[in-house]
Structures are given as structure tokens and as C-alpha cells.
Design a binder for this molecule. Structure first.
Ligand code: GNR
Ligand code: NI
Length: 168
């Protein structure tokens, strides 16, 4: 297995729209395993392929305490089931060090394919519902900072750009 490099805001590659997965082969399995390892190492509760510069519609999530319940969602589709919304403090491995409140639909259904290409459906709530919406946004080139004020977003961008310069 291998750790993958995670792109950070404002990297323009985070804005690419990912393409549906059509081939379910060993390479896809390896990618999902490397993404799960990278997510645990970070550590985070989710990771979208976009964040590791692979522009395919694949996300991994594990909200379990013991890091032993990894979920793989391929070509995920979300249906909003009610107008109810809820606010959650979100963070992102691509926006390290910052957390902001985001309001999203509360009740959703998710249809996706598993690593073998078999369809499944879940109706997640709480953190899992938040995380899946956050990951699906990544596949469409969206970040949680797009939901906050432009002043806050600019401040975060400047600080991260500064830290990237120091690192380079
Ligand atoms: O690790 C993560 N934590 C988190 C907390 C609240 C809402 C969403 C997330 S996802 C994030 C990992 C990540 O950046 N996934 O794209
Ligand atoms: Ni994220």
C-alpha cells in the first residue's frame, strides 16, 4: 500500500469535476486501498479521489472510532429526502487547520456502487450524512469554504498560501 499526496486549497486541481468510474479492476481496488490508508494516516474520516489528484468519482469514508469500518462509494448519487437542514462544524484535509459551520440537508439517500461495481443504497444520518455530502462536493470541484463568507475564505486562502511558500 502507499500513502498519497493530498492537494491543498487553493490548488486549482481541487476544482476539477471527476468522471464516472466505468472499469472495476485491480487498479481501482489498489486506489481505494491507498486512499483508505491515506485517510487513516492523515487522520480524517473521509477522502475523495479528487483530493489525491485522481479525477474519478470515488470516495472513501470511515466514521468508526477504531478505524475498522471503511466504506467505498463509487459514482455516488444523493437524493435529498426533506427540506430539513442542519449545521455542522466541518474540516477538510485539503484545508488543514480550519473549521467552519456549514448548513446542509439533513435527510438524504445515497445510491452508489461498491468496489465490485454492485449497487447499494443507504439513508445515513448525522456525521455520515454530512461527510458523504462533503465528499460528493469534492467530486464536483467544491470545497466547504465555498459555503462561508468570501472574507473568511480569502483569509484562509492567504494563510494557506503563506504556509505553502514556507514549505516549498
Ligand atoms: O476528516 C474530515 N472531517 C470532517 C469533519 C466534518 C465534516 C466533514 C469532514 S470530512 C474530513 C476529511 C476530508 O477532507 N474529506 O474530504
Ligand atoms: Ni474534504
Amino acid at each position: 500500500m502507499a500513502l498519497l499526496n493530498i492537494l491543498e486549497f487553493p490548488d486549482p486541481r481541487l476544482r476539477k469535476v471527476a468522471k464516472p468510474v466505468t472499469v472495476f479492476d485491480a487498479a481501482l481496488k489498489k486506489l481505494s486501498e491507498d486512499m483508505i490508508e491515506t485517510m487513516y494516516d492523515a487522520p480524517g474520516i473521509g477522502l475523495a479521489a479528487t483530493q489525491v489528484n485522481v479525477h474519478k468519482r470515488l470516495v472513501v469514508i470511515d466514521i468508526s472510532e477504531n478505524h475498522n469500518d471503511p466504506l467505498v462509494f463509487i459514482n455516488p448519487k444523493i437524493t435529498t429526502l426533506s427540506d430539513d437542514e442542519r449545521e455542522w462544524e466541518e474540516g477538510c484535509l485539503s484545508v488543514p487547520g480550519y473549521q467552519e459551520a456549514v448548513i446542509r440537508p439533513k435527510d438524504i439517500r445515497v445510491n452508489a456502487l461498491d468496489i465490485n461495481g454492485d449497487p447499494f443504497e443507504i439513508e445515513p444520518d448525522e456525521l455520515l450524512a454530512v461527510c458523504i455530502q462533503h465528499e460528493l462536493d469534492h467530486l464536483d470541484g467544491k470545497l466547504f469554504v465555498d459555503y462561508i463568507s468570501s472574507i473568511k475564505r480569502l483569509r484562509i486562502r492567504k494563510k494557506l498560501e503563506k504556509s505553502h511558500k514556507k514549505r516549498a
